[in-house]
Ligand binder design. Structure first.
Ligand code: IPE
Ligand code: IPE
Ligand code: MG
Length: 246
């Protein structure tokens, strides 16, 4: 359990990477790694609730993941459908509100109905907002937001774009974790991660446990978030601050 002296990030975002390698290491098919990944995600949701994290956003399927072998793509679609029926009752019981973020048109009608039903049935929950990014890409989100504004004849500004994004219902992530050892964003939250603290874990996603989450939170606590200001300004030790003419 995280120490109470640590600041808990309000919004944690995770690129859940490494399922395939986890399976390959065990001579299992890649889909076995994805199934193990769902278990790891369930554990992570519980850990976020225990630590008082307010928003958890996970990358489950990227716009580019359609380029994987067809049997892996269909396996992931089936796993999504299965997880919806299996996991939603327990998420509901834990007070988790689920949102699916991403383009839905390409998903089967059955899956689309399942996503809508999961969102509806958890809509009254308030303990944790859980965003599952599925068929999501940061570029898709920026483009769809711009398209929305253009079709309404609205001016494109940082604020209007931000409000038209698929992630507009939550503040930007404070901490962005990527498991699996790669040091890249792979088209995740390109707009929203502008000032997120980035933590890269070498653990493969199925092995990402409570201790690994606590390590990421501890890392977050070592960072000074400056948002463009100087360190002295942030720590309140800016000698010029008092003298500034306002
Ligand atoms: C992440 O794990 C899950 C998805 C992209 C769906 P990977 O499947 O990318 O696992 P590795 O990177 O091949 O090990
Ligand atoms: C990012 O992982 C997408 C998800 C975790 C869903 P990838 O495994 O697809 O990323 P790349 O291809 O290594 O950049
Ligand atoms: Mg990967």
């Amino acid at each position: 359990m995280a120490s109470s002296r640590l600041t808990v990030p309000h919004h944690v975002a995770i690129v859940m990477d490494g399922n395939g390698r986890w399976a390959s290491q065990r001579f299992l098919p890649r889909i076995a790694g994805h199934k193990q990944g769902v278990d790891s995600l369930n554990r992570c949701v519980r850990a976020c609730l225990e630590r008082g994290i307010g928003v958890l956003t996970v990358f489950a399927f990227s716009s580019e993941n359609w380029n994987r072998p067809p049997e892996e793509v269909s396996g992931l679609m089936e796993l999504l459908a299965l997880s919806l029926s299996r996991e939603v009752p327990s998420l509901n019981a834990q007070g988790v509100r689920i949102h699916f973020v991403g383009a839905r048109q390409r998903l089967s009608e059955k899956v689309q109905a399942g996503l809508a039903q999961a969102e509806l049935s958890t809509a009254g929950n308030q303990r944790l907002i859980f965003n599952v990014c599925f068929n999501y890409g940061g570029r898709w989100d920026i483009a769809q937001a711009a398209h929305k504004l253009a079709s309404r004849g609205e001016a494109i500004t940082e604020l209007s774009l931000d409000r038209a994004m698929a992630m507009a219902h939550v503040p930007d992530p404070d901490l962005l974790i990527r498991t699996g050892g790669e040091l890249r964003l792979s088209n995740f939250l390109l707009w929203q991660a502008a000032y997120s603290e980035l933590h890269f874990s070498s653990k493969l996603w199925p092995e990402f446990d409570d201790a690994a989450l606590d390590e990421a939170i501890a890392f977050f606590n070592t960072r000074e978030r400056r948002f463009g200001q100087t360190s002295a300004q942030v720590s309140g030790h800016d000698k010029n601050q008092d003298a500034r003419v306002v």
